[in-house]
Design a protein. Structure first.
Length: 314
């Protein structure tokens, strides 16, 4: 297995303190749990003060990310108890022992993880990007297990179709080729800092230079923290073969969609189409941001989450 070492600092890789509150470190508790034979690392961010509005939010991060990516959103929700695992095969968590890293299997992981932590049906489920696919498919297949559902930068349409389809197909070839190369060469291609930086520059929409440096630093530090090439290829295929719209009609619980006005991966027109297919949905559009809401605009995202949970109490 192509193992990597990853950092556990809740502020990320030497992240500037200006991007996090002083209270975040004190709220942070790192833990490990075994789920179906794999070690899973997870972080709990306890509420500063417990109130009648305090909820437990289980966060599912995106492809090639880990728990660090949603930290700025968690930081803006000091009244909530937030649990963020590194998904199996990413960050500090081990891959699945035998199974393919598919959307369905990640959904099974959510079931096992919730059972291991004794999380009840009042748990709020939140997914970002690829995590939105996993979270929505889980909620559709397991009605009544979470309430409600929150999707940030949700993947609302098939990635292999439309104007961006050719780029997605090229990315599939990139991951397939990297998996077939000799181990060291394949890893070097996957972790190439130039490729990672191009991806980061493309997605970042902020004009704030300090924030852009922070975003690039986060991607440099954590975008290559995957367990091995096999599981990475499997999870990538899962990320481009599934979408939220596939299960929209089965999502009978309230769903909050938080979309970026300039998102080129999960485009705004597709978000409006998705909302119309959901039985009970609310769409919050954040202006001047793309696919990195969790890094660039955590304050309005957190405000939307708080309002939505107040509207849909446990």
């Amino acid at each position: 297995m192509d193992n990597v070492d990853t950092a556990h600092s809740p502020k990320g890789a030497q992240a500037p303190s200006e991007f996090f509150s002083e209270s975040l470190q004190g709220r942070t508790h790192a833990s490990e749990v075994e789920v179906d034979g794999s070690k899973v690392a997870y972080w709990t961010y306890e509420p500063v003060t417990v109130t009648p509005l305090t909820r437990t939010i289980l966060v599912i991060h995106g492809f090639r990310g880990d728990h660090h990516g949603l930290l700025r959103v968690a930081d803006q929700l000091p009244g909530m108890r937030i649990i963020m695992p590194d998904l199996p095969a990413f960050g500090s968590s081990e891959p699945f022992v035998h199974d393919e890293h598919s959307v369905e299997r990640y959904g099974k992981f959510i079931s096992g993880f919730m059972a291991a932590l004794d999380l009840n049906d009042e748990t709020v489920l939140l997914g970002h990007s690829f995590g939105s696919i996993v979270a929505s498919h889980f909620a559709a297949a397991n009605p009544g297990t979470v309430y409600p559902l929150i999707l940030i930068n949700p993947i609302a349409a098939p990635a292999l179709e439309g104007p961006k389809g050719i780029m997605t197909k090229l990315a599939v070839l990139y991951y397939q080729a990297s998996a077939k190369l000799p181990r060291q060469l394949g890893l070097a291609v996957l972790r190439n800092r130039v490729i990672v930086r191009i991806m980061s520059i493309t997605m970042a929409k902020t004009k704030d230079r300090a924030l852009r440096r922070f975003i690039h630093g986060q991607h440099d530090a954590y975008f290559s923290a995957f367990a091995d090439r096999k599981s990475l290829l499997e999870s990538f295929k899962a990320s481009v073969s599934g979408n939220v719209a596939e299960v929209a009609g089965k999502l009978t619980l309230p769903v909050l969609l938080i979309a970026g006005e300039k998102d080129e991966i999960a485009t705004l027109p597709n978000q409006h189409k998705l909302m119309k297919r959901l039985p009970d949905a609310k769409l919050e559009v954040i202006p001047d941001v793309g696919h990195l809401i969790h890094y660039e605009t955590p304050v309005p995202a957190a405000e939307a989450i708080r309002t939505f949970l107040e509207e849909h109490p446990a």
